[in-house]
Design a protein around this ligand. Structure first.
Ligand SMILES: Cc1cc2nc3c(=O)[nH]c(=O)nc-3n(C[C@H](O)[C@H](O)[C@H](O)COP(=O)(O)OP(=O)(O)OC[C@H]3O[C@@H](n4cnc5c(N)ncnc54)[C@H](O)[C@@H]3O)c2cc1C
Length: 467
């Protein structure tokens, strides 16, 4: 077998034979498919990443099989990229150096459910974990809007927050990640456990500092949720109402999203269910809070257009309301027009509807706002995932500059480095990379700083963070 990536000189046929009895995928077309994630949301990333391929896919079905795969990769000095559902947006699971892709989706068991927690293998789908929890009267504290294809290991390694975060915080908030089982990449891979705050050594490191084998996440008591869409005349009025619900003591909430009216034209499934040309407040609230919700919306000059339980929604042939939230909002537009893209923008804390109102005219007609409400570190925060009609990298930079100049920090979605646009190195993550992956085989290209510190020992790397 020659190298599909063109970047490795490993004998991949011999490598695949050494992996037996682990399932492997050798067909180039399938390897190429598993070399992609949702980086194509960004025209910039699409140009940079679309020709990066791995050389072989391994699909271990147990921790023992995974250990065997890692040991063979270690012996061959093979670059390794972990892959769950492949729904990341920044090329997190794209094999930049070629090499081995480890697909975790056969390690998919929900292992144990307790009061307030669930432990699953890393390749378990978030949606399957939610289904398994239902019988115990619980649900995930949060899940990404991609839950049908995203794995729990991919969420912890690559994600940050999701549906439920307005109630229960971000993944990194204390108590949300309870424990991680993580395997080293060595001749004889070892299992290590990261409990409580130590799990942050591995969380959001994009799989470059250890292979997550199992994840214990916080669960919360289950509610009967209704999906709601309310409509408003002004965007800042929509945002102000979202804030009022986020602060309410009468209305519980699992999702609060505001969507610019112009985006609604790209959501044909909502036609006939919402008033045209209005801004949307998309939310999930418990059935028992329906009346209080309706009263609050009307007091704020809005109108409740849609309020459905899951069975009513299914009967009406509608998708979940969270299909119009997080990066699914972007997806609705991209399905119709691939010239759209998006950005990730922070907002002043506490949220300020007047700041949103003042910013809107400065941005131009090629930026359509969409805000998510979440609770992070105990504070109510919002972030903007606007649709941007991409014309050039220069115009994108100009839009970023307008946001920044007005006090809205940009967390660039158009870079494939774990450190993001302009962010500092995370020396704790890199020190753990040295401990867990001494040869630096795991997704090393994704860190701009790894090559600078790879020659140091782990404690020396960690000390750089204290300097
Ligand atoms: C439409 C859309 C909506 C989205 N909504 C959300 C959202 O609401 N919230 C959110 O946080 N994100 C969201 N995302 C991003 C992404 O879907 C989530 O972060 C998701 O949880 C990633 O899971 P995955 O299994 O697809 O991971 P992958 O994309 O397969 O992997 C993500 C990263 O984790 C690493 N990884 C995977 N498995 C392991 C493992 N076992 N050990 C170590 N590293 C591993 C990979 O190498 C990669 O770096 C969205 C993306 C899209 C396209």
């Amino acid at each position: 077998m020659t190298s599909l990536s063109g970047k490795t000189d490993i004998d991949w046929a011999a490598f695949a034979a050494a992996l037996a009895p682990v399932e492997t995928i050798t067909e180039p077309v399938l390897i190429k498919k598993r070399s992609r994630d949702f980086f194509w949301y960004s025209p910039i990333l699409n140009a940079e990443l679309k020709r990066c391929f791995g050389d072989l896919v391994a699909r271990p079905a147990s921790a023992d099989e995974l250990a065997h795969v890692l040991s063979v990769a270690y012996a061959h000095n093979a670059p390794i990229v972990l892959r769950g559902g492949g729904t990341g947006n920044y090329g997190q699971s794209v094999p930049m150096d070629g090499g081995l892709i480890i697909d975790t989706t056969a390690m998919n068991k929900v292992l144990e459910i307790g009061e307030g927690w669930v432990r699953s293998e890393a390749g378990a789908l978030m949606a399957d974990i939610n289904v398994a929890l239902a019988a115990s009267g619980q649900e995930m504290a949060m899940f990404p809007s991609t839950q049908d294809i995203a794995t729990v290991g991919g969420f912890v390694a690559g994600g940050s927050a999701g549906i439920g975060s307005i109630a229960n915080g971000a993944l990194r908030d204390p108590g949300n990640i309870i424990s991680l089982g993580v395997m080293t990449v060595e001749d004889r891979p070892q299992n290590r456990r990261f409990d409580g705050a130590d799990a942050l050594h591995i969380h959001h490191a994009w799989g470059l500092n250890g292979v997550i084998t199992d994840v214990t996440l916080r669960t919360v008591p289950r509610h009967d949720w209704v999906g709601c869409i309310a409509t408003f005349d002004s965007y800042e009025g929509t945002y102000a109402t979202g804030l009022a619900i986020a602060q309410s003591t009468d209305i519980a909430r699992k999702l609060l999203t505001t969507v610019d009216a112009r985006i609604c034209a790209y959501c044909p499934k909502l036609e006939g269910h919402i008033r045209p040309d209005k801004h949307l407040l998309v939310s999930m609230i418990p059935t028992e809070d329906r009346d209080a919700f309706r009263t609050l919306i009307e007091t704020h000059g809005g109108h409740v257009d849609l309020m459905m339980t899951d069975s009513e929604r299914e009967g009406a042939g509608l998708p979940h309301v969270y299909d119009f939230s997080y990066n699914h909002t972007t997806l609705q537009v991209l399905k119709a027009d691939r010239t759209a893209t998006y950005q990730q923008v922070g907002c002043p804390i506490p949220p300020d509807p007047q700041a949103i109102k003042a910013l809107r005219p400065k941005l131009g007609d090629d930026v359509w706002m969409h805000h998510e409400f979440a609770r992070v570190g105990g504070d109510i925060v919002t972030f903007d995932l606007p649709i941007i009609w991409f014309s050039s990298a220069e115009r994108l930079a100009e839009i970023n500059a307008i946001y920044e100049a007005n006090g809205f920090p940009v967390y660039d979605a158009h870079t494939w480095n774990v450190e993001g646009g302009g962010l500092k190195p995370d020396y704790t993550h890199l020190a753990w990379k040295k401990r867990m992956d001494p040869k630096g085989l795991l997704n090393a290209a994704k860190s701009r700083f790894w090559a600078d510190v790879a020659h140091l020992d782990a404690d020396e790397i960690e000390a750089l963070g204290r300097a």
